[in-house]
Design a protein around this ligand. Structure first.
Ligand code: DQA
Length: 139
């Protein structure tokens, strides 16, 4: 099975960024652990701070991979373009968030990804990504 994790803006700063919300681990370290745990999977990874690059990657992998695990970060709440890109592809997308966005500011309660995602996982810290992988293994 071929999955890809796509992370949006500021997630390159995990470990340094607001650790009380997002934790102390860098994504690179966490990803190494994930790849060791799920050795049988192909687990690709892409991060960008640029909306158009995220849309380009969704289009690029959206007809070939078995699943996309997407944390669009702040663009979740603003990007009609990312929502449209998900609608345009055939690969299912699971939306993940590290924090429970529903417990945070009202503007984080809006998602352009949720209505077009296969499912949504939020609030389990970095383990939200483990759970998203598990969801693809169930299906
Ligand atoms: C986030 C939640 C978003 O509201 C925020 O803009 C992020 C990270 C999360 O994983 O909890 O950058 O997507």
């Amino acid at each position: 099975m071929k999955l890809i994790i796509i992370n949006g803006p500021n997630l390159n700063l995990l470990g340094k960024r607001e650790p009380e919300i997002y934790g102390a681990a860098s994504f690179e370290d966490y990803l190494a652990g994930l790849r060791a745990k799920y050795k049988k999977l192909t687990l690709d990874y892409f991060q960008s701070n640029i909306e158009g690059e995220l849309i380009g990657k969704i289009q690029e992998v959206g007809f070939s991979h078995d699943g996309i695990i997407l944390n669009a970060a702040a663009y979740t709440h603003t990007s009609v373009g990312i929502g449209d890109a998900i609608k345009a592809i055939s690969t299912p997308v699971v939306e993940v968030h590290i924090s429970n966005t529903m417990q945070r500011e009202a503007y984080r309660h809006v998602s352009h990804v949720s209505p077009v995602a296969k499912g949504v996982i939020l609030g389990f810290g970095l383990q939200s990504y483990d759970l998203a992988i598990e969801s693809f293994l169930l299906s």
